[in-house]
Design a protein around this ligand. Structure first.
Ligand code: NCD
Length: 330
């Protein structure tokens, strides 16, 4: 279950050429080896944390601003913990207290954040594209912590890392993502990353919640969960993002659960050792039964949270290397 050796070392170039990007706005367009490089970097932090070497001073003296314009529990906490474990000074800006509520434009917020001379900024925003807009206006690296329906790149990376650690590979696996695909940035980043790394990706949900266009992300579309589960190595369940729904996309939660909820009978359609995942927050009894979510043999849900911290440490470390003058990266 644990792996200590980076799986793809030697398959990517040395130094900055391994990840030549200033920001992490999404996983679309990344090369497979760029993704593997970040996974291998994260793997080191997993090992270090498990060995008790939780603190590093890699980012000492640097300031990380977490600007979250939308609610979050695990993503905000894990960026905060990641920054602190790397020795950075971490400042969290919560939307409810920000001037956004007073009518400030996104550009003015970006200019303000820039004037504070942060060394890295993570941003979560309800509007797709907002993070890219801010990234364009600031000098430091920007990490997308989720923008609208668009992308959630660190979630895609932590899911890929979880799968690679539990299954030993990603290439050739059948991964079924089930739920509200339409409104999910998690689904989008996962479709992109997993297809880029050679998995067979299937997405399933009510026809209203699975866009016709998922094939553009390399995924196969299903409007029933059963055929999508057949032979799956990994089953990823998603929440109904009701806060993003404008109108009726499904009749009722009870009906949704009856048709798309993951229970033991449905899970039996997947491979006997299929891994169950969920990015959280979970709605128990709606998209997933508690007995499955809490089964340590099948469920990787808490491991996903652990991988989240390591992946965010890796991203913060890699993206600030140029600023820190790390050899080969400046
Ligand atoms: C997801 C998000 O915010 O996009 N959660 C997360 O980051 N762990 C998924 C969700 O809200 O359902």
């Amino acid at each position: 279950m644990t792996s200590t050796v980076p799986k793809h070392a030697g398959r990517y170039p040395e130094g900055r050429a391994a990840f030549p990007h200033k920001h992490l706005l999404g996983l679309a367009g990344l090369q497979p080896w760029e993704i593997y490089f970040l996974l291998d970097e994260a793997e080191r932090w997993v090992d270090a944390a498990r060995a008790g070497a939780i603190k590093s001073d890699a980012l000492r003296g640097l300031t990380l601003i977490n600007a979250f314009f939308e609610n979050s529990t695990r993503t905000l906490l894990s960026f905060e913990i990641a920054g602190k474990r790397l020795g950075a000074d971490v400042v969290n800006m919560a939307a409810a207290q920000s001037s956004i509520k007073k009518g400030e434009t996104l550009i003015d917020t970006a200019v303000t954040l820039n004037a504070m001379r942060a060394d890295a900024i993570t941003i979560r925003h309800a509007m797709s594209g907002a993070v890219a807009l801010i990234a364009d206006k600031v000098d430091c690296p920007v990490l997308n912590a989720g923008d609208g329906w668009h992308e959630h790149p660190t979630q895609g990376l932590l899911d890929a890392l979880t799968i690679r650690r539990r299954k030993g590979r990603i290439d050739g696996l059948v991964v079924t993502i089930c739920g509200d695909i339409r409104h999910s940035r998690v689904a989008r980043s996962n479709m992109i990353a997993l297809a880029t790394l050679g998995a067979e990706v299937r997405v399933a949900g009510p026809a209203t919640l699975v866009p016709e266009t998922v094939d553009a992300y390399g995924a196969a579309r299903f409007t029933r969960i059963e055929p999508a589960l057949e032979g799956a190595d990994v089953v990823m369940m998603l929440r109904l993002q009701t806060e993003r729904m404008d109108g009726g996309f499904f009749p009722s939660l009870r009906e949704y659960h009856a048709l798309f909820g993951l229970d033991a009978a449905r899970l039996a359609l997947a491979k006997s050792d299929a891994l169950v995942m969920h990015p959280g927050p979970m709605n128990r009894g709606v998209e997933i039964d508690s007995a499955i979510a809490d089964d340590p043999e099948r469920s990787a849900i808490t491991e996903q949270v652990e991988m989240g911290v390591a992946v965010r440490m890796a991203c913060l470390d890699v993206l600030t290397r140029a600023r820190r003058g790390v050899e080969g990266w400046a």
